[in-house]
Design a protein. Structure first.
Lengths: 324, 335
């Protein structure tokens, strides 16, 4: 298995390189560094200011190879960035000039405080609902619930948030609908509403997915055998379908784990939670290209980490699978 | 004169869009599988109701997409049809007789079924006009990502070997970037606009289509009819276009319908993030965004978000339900 994982890791190298190349082409070739500077500094910036801005960030270097003769050949924008990212140095913000690693470290905790509870509560609820729907499948309630799931999926996340904030804050006059404080228990007060909204907004799609997964499992031969043996349908559901469905579930869940750290852009912005999602939002508004580029790099690493984790969990949960 | 030309380019592109859709459906309409599916679909009441609702939205969006040159500049058909509805001075509640102002309410020039917005425009008309943005995003993106995804997926599965490796490498790389980050990066660089949004959504969207079509084509090339076509000496291109493509088209249609609903939602979210529809374009996302301040007014303005979110919800719901019905119609065993 170790050999398999190492091979997998090597397979990731070209993909990470591809992602870096893609973002480089997007940010520095499709849009010239000059245009980037002008968008950040505004239309009234003097040529001198633009030049300074570019020079301070190293954006005035040649794009691919340095052929000026005054510097080593590898002193180019692309190769410098590659080298930096290969050492996991995320660079500095275009706007505040702060090291991004610091920014990201700060933002990770608030993001996780929001996404981790929401993820697990949502998961538990959807699995329970899905199992119940499989138990009463094809009945009126099941059909109505399926329709409700589609309806839940058809509402954009902003509408959930706006409606939720409005109801809780202005109609019910309940706990704080906006803001964030990192101080022990009172943090929970701020997180209750966003967590609830995140759970609701994901519920429809998840229940539907898990229901389909469990139904698929119900069609397997071993279920028929169990039923023929006289195992009650509730027991079949809990002992067989749930357990075997769990294998598929794990792979789905683990793949999304790394993304929890990235937070939720829209939710964090609406609630003023200073997480990674909110940092990305400010970077979009600024515009701060370095932050977006670093986020893309980090996001792709997390995605690939999720893939690897999925493989490991799959092999661990299902002894028939051997990674070779 | 430039504006005049632009109007006709737009009118023509609506025709082209419908022609492409019609042409694609025409090619497969006669086959046994599609006839059987259509028969099953007609018996599916939810599916037909959803289809009818989608057609209503298509009609509204089309009316807003066709412009007619007028002495005062070009007007869309929808604008001409609603020209009789007067503009007010500011917010007014549904069916109110005065503007929404506690201090000095002014009488309205007419009644508005669903109220008016900050600029005194009829909310219902604005919501209907915004249908255009949603449909254009969905339509333009579909024209980009469907051919790209289908072609690459089919080629990868048909030729295998290095072609498959290259296609898989491309989509693994694009898939490795979280979608929202990818969209935001592309739109930040290319700028706001319906066209750029469609390009960005197209670049991220083809991956799912290519994966799906590659998987199905891998199954299809094992079938005897492909071997028979080969034995008869048909060229690769003919086998691809005449045999494989029609046999995966139903999956393309299902994915396209379900994908369209995702695109409509994406337009709203991207407009909210500030990288979506350009300022001044009627868009549901922009209307929902504006309601954040409207709801904290006293008395609060609830009709703008209700109407725009309601219309968005209806279209996405209809697309989701219709997509599910299509899936059931084509694959009755695994509905």
């Amino acid at each position: 298995m170790v050999a398999y994982l190492i091979r997998r890791l090597f397979f990731f190298v070209p993909i990470v390189f591809g992602v870096m190349l893609l973002t480089f082409v997007l940010f520095f070739v499709v849009q010239s560094p000059d245009a980037m500077a002008r968008r950040v500094l505004g239309p009234k910036a003097t040529p001198k200011a633009v030049e300074n801005w570019l020079h301070n960030r190293g954006y005035d270097k040649p794009l691919l190879l340095n052929r000026t003769g005054q510097a080593p050949w590898h002193d180019s924008l692309f190769l410098n960035q590659m080298g930096r990212l290969a050492r996991f140095d995320l660079g500095k913000s275009d706007v505040t000039n702060r090291p991004l690693a610091e920014d990201f470290r700060e933002g990770a905790l608030p993001s996780l405080l929001l996404t981790v509870p929401a993820f697990f509560v949502g998961l538990a609820l959807s699995v329970v609902f899905a199992l119940y729907l499989v138990f009463i499948r094809n009945g009126v309630v099941d059909l109505a619930a399926s329709l409700a799931c589609v309806a839940l999926m058809s509402v954009p996340v902003m509408v959930y948030i706006i409606a939720g904030q409005f109801l809780v804050a202005q109609v019910l006059n309940y706990f704080p609908a906006f803001g964030f404080q990192l101080e022990g228990f009172s943090t929970a007060k701020f997180l209750l509403l966003p967590v609830a909204l995140m759970v609701v907004s994901g519920l429809g799609a998840d229940v539907r997915l898990f229901r389909a997964m469990f139904i698929e499992e119900m069609g397997q031969d071993y279920i028929r055998t169990a039923r023929a043996k006289g195992v009650s349908s509730a027991l079949v559901l809990l002992r067989h379908v749930f357990k075997n469905g769990l294998i598929n579930l794990i792979t789905l869940v683990v793949a999304s784990l790394p993304f929890l750290i990235m937070g939720s852009v829209v939710l964090e912005n609406f609630f003023g939670i200073p997480g990674l999602g909110n940092k990305l939002f400010s970077a979009i508004q600024a515009p701060d290209f370095a932050v977006v580029q670093a986020s893309v790099f980090l996001g792709s690493l997390l995605y690939l980490g999720g893939l690897l984790l999925t493989d490991i969990c799959y092999a661990w949960a299902d002894p028939r699978i051997r990674l070779q | 004169m430039a504006a005049f030309d632009l109007v006709w380019v737009q009118n023509l592109s609506v025709f082209t869009g419908y022609a492409l859709l019609g042409g694609a459906l025409w090619r497969v309409a006669g086959t046994e599988r599609w006839k059987a599916a259509w028969h099953r679909l007609r018996g599916d009441r939810t599916g037909m109701a959803a289809l009818a609702l989608i057609c209503v939205f298509l009609l509204v969006g089309t009316l807003e997409s066709f412009s007619v040159p007028q002495p005062t500049g070009s007007r869309t058909l929808l604008q001409l049809a609603t020209a009789g509805i007067p503009q007010e001075k500011g917010y007014s509640a549904p069916l109110a007789t005065t503007t929404l102002s506690v201090a000095n309410p002014t009488p309205l020039a007419g009644r508005h079924l669903l109220g008016t917005d900050a600029l005194g425009r009829d909310t219902l008309v604005q919501t209907l006009r915004a249908t255009r943005s949603a449909l254009w995003i969905g339509g333009l993106t579909s024209i980009i990502y469907i051919p790209l995804g289908v072609l690459l997926g089919i080629l990868a599965a048909f030729y295998r070997g290095w072609v498959d490796d290259v296609v898989q490498y491309f989509y693994s790389t694009v898939a490795a970037v979280p979608e929202i980050l990818m969209l935001v990066s592309i739109l930040m660089v290319l700028g706001k606009g319906l066209g750029t949004m469609a390009i960005a959504l197209g670049i991220t969207g083809w991956v799912g289509m290519a994966r799906l079509i590659r998987g199905e084509t891998l199954r299809q090339v094992e079938r005897p009819y492909v071997a028979a076509a080969r034995a008869m000496g048909q060229s690769d291109w003919k086998i691809l276009m005449r045999h494989l493509l029609p046999n995966v088209m139903h999956l393309v249609l299902i994915k396209a319908v379900l994908g369209f609903s995702g695109l409509v939602l994406a337009e709203a979210v991207l407009s909210y993030l500030g990288v979506g529809s350009p300022v001044g374009t009627a868009s549901w996302g922009a209307m929902i965004d504006a309601s954040r301040s409207e709801l904290s007014r006293e008395p609060f303005v609830w009709w703008n978000i209700s109407t725009s979110a309601g219309a968005l919800f209806l279209l996405v719901l209809a697309l989701n339900l219709f997509g599910d019905s299509l899936r059931r119609a084509f694959d009755p065993k695994h509905g």
